[in-house]
Ligand binder design. Structure first.
Ligand code: ARG
Length: 463
């Protein structure tokens, strides 16, 4: 063997078995990191030149060659080959075929620090894209909340009607969740933003590599402080996958609410036809498949997180080839989440709200039983006592098959002498929500202020 047939040719007399080649190659999926790999190599070569390990001429040939390779890859004409295990070796081989300086590019570098540098560069960009996509979903939710700002629906606990709320309040709950998801990504990004290069295979280098300079060239805010940690941990991938698993869970819940609301049983909304599908057998069907898939894909987001945790558990320091298995779950989650966010951002603006159905469902007087308790508390009755008395009234109404509001003055008078006089005023759900006093509640003025707060916050942010 010689250097032209393998990167580690010197040590070996036999070529790798064809089975091993097929089993261990990663170029079929890690080629996706080509831009970042080339970026990292150019920064590395620039630094090597600055510290005197490459001549200016050699650096130029390397940079030129890498740029050409980048273009070929982008055009789809680059001859990827599994003979060369991974993307790093494919690119290095192609560079070396162009210039003898290619043989110097890997000076002071290992694929162990190279691969994780590429991965960090890639993930930094991906997180920025995710945050934009999250914002787009938040925007359509806010637009919807504004469009239907006066619509009331029942709020649910245990999927049983509980108390009336504004539809907008329900939607803003998801805006909150998504905002925390976005913050989690921003937070994770700080720990992604660390340069591993210069760690070598695991123990650094005897060469005078200038790591700070490489960090500067690649806009990393920090240099990894321990070479063994740098090449062997993938906690930043775990954090990202955890943030996506949770984001996916939130999107799944949103999808589930929309699915429920669009059933004939609820009838609160109609979904845009272009995002629903028909049945091959039942002509009348219109199914919310897009939302079901958002719900379903949350499962693999969680699965990918678990894959990474299990992958890392039990690995001795430092680099182990197991770590190559970090990429497919990572790429899969990254693609899956963008797919979910994009479909929601496109679907939500087409939702039509059926106000009458919503209003009707929210007008069930039983939903204001708690308000009646509060009224009694305001009139001096102890909460537990009031709760019990209203409970008895509910039983009575049920026995008579009337709604709570239809009970007679004689029946309600024993609770408080002023109650019959105010009875009829208690049951208007629209008035009821304006009685909410606590911040964070569904009082229309609060909900409106929240909508405005989000808009203000976003308009003040750099995009
Ligand atoms: N393809 C490998 C990975 O993704 C690159 C590092 C290989 N390093 C090694 N020592 N075999 O992790």
């Amino acid at each position: 063997m010689n250097p032209s047939t393998s990167a580690w040719g010197g040590r070996f007399q036999e070529a790798p078995d064809a089975l091993l080649k097929r089993f261990s190659e990663s170029v079929s999926f890690d080629r996706r990191l080509y831009r970042q790999d080339i970026l990292g190599s150019i920064a590395h070569a620039t630094m090597l030149c600055e510290v005197g390990l490459l001549s200016i001429q050699e650096r130029e040939e390397i940079v030129h060659g890498l740029r050409e390779i980048e273009e070929e890859i982008a055009r789809g004409t680059f001859p990827w080959s599994t003979d060369w295990e991974d993307l790093h070796m494919n690119i290095e081989r192609a560079l070396s075929a162009r210039t003898p300086a290619g043989a110097k590019l890997h000076t002071g570098r290992s694929r162990n620090d190279q691969v994780v540098t590429g991965l960090r560069l890639w993930l930094r960009e991906e997180i920025d894209a995710d945050r934009k996509a999250i914002r787009a979903v938040q925007q359509v939710l806010i637009d919807w909340a504004e469009r239907d700002s006066d619509v009331l629906i029942p709020g649910y606990t245990h999927l049983q009607r509980a108390q009336p709320v504004l539809l907008a309040h329900h939607l803003l709950a998801y805006v909150e969740m998504l905002s925390r998801d976005s913050e989690r990504l921003t937070d994770a990004r700080r720990r992604v933003d660390v340069l591993p290069l210069g760690s070598g295979a695991l123990a650094g280098s005897t060469l005078p590599l200038h790591r700070q300079r490489v960090a500067e060239l690649l806009h990393f805010s920090q240099v990894a402080r321990n070479s063994m940690d740098a090449v062997s941990d993938r906690d930043f991938v775990v954090e990202y996958l955890a943030a996506l698993a949770l984001l996916g869970t939130h999107l799944s819940r949103l999808a589930e609410d929309l699915i429920l609301w669009s059933t004939s049983e609820f009838g609160f909304v109609s979904l845009p036809e272009a995002f629903t599908t028909g049945s091959s057998l039942m002509p009348q069907k219109r199914n919310p498949d897009s939302l079901e898939l958002v719900r379903g894909k949350a499962a693999r987001l969680s699965g990918n997180l678990i894959s990474l945790l299990v992958l890392l558990k039990g690995l001795p320091l430092s680099y182990n080839r197991d770590l190559q298995e970090d990429k497919e779950p990572l790429f899969d989650s990254a693609d899956t989440i963008l797919g979910c966010l994009q479909i929601l951002a496109a679907l939500i603006p087409g939702i039509v709200v059926h106000r009458d159905r919503c209003e009707q469902a929210a007008s069930d007087p039983a939903l204001l039983a708690t308000d009646l308790v509060d009224w009694l508390v305001n009139h001096g009755i102890a909460f537990r006592e009031a709760h019990h008395a209203v409970g008895r009234l509910v039983v009575r109404a049920e026995a008579q098959r009337v709604s709570l509001s239809e009970l007679s003055s004689e029946e309600v008078a024993p609770l408080h002498p002023d109650l019959p006089g105010e009875w009829s005023r208690l049951w208007n759900p629209r008035e009821a929500i304006t009685r909410r006093q606590t911040e964070g509640s569904s009082r229309p003025s609060f909900v409106q202020a929240e909508i405005e707060r989000w808009r203000r916050q976003w308009s003040g942010e750099p995009s």
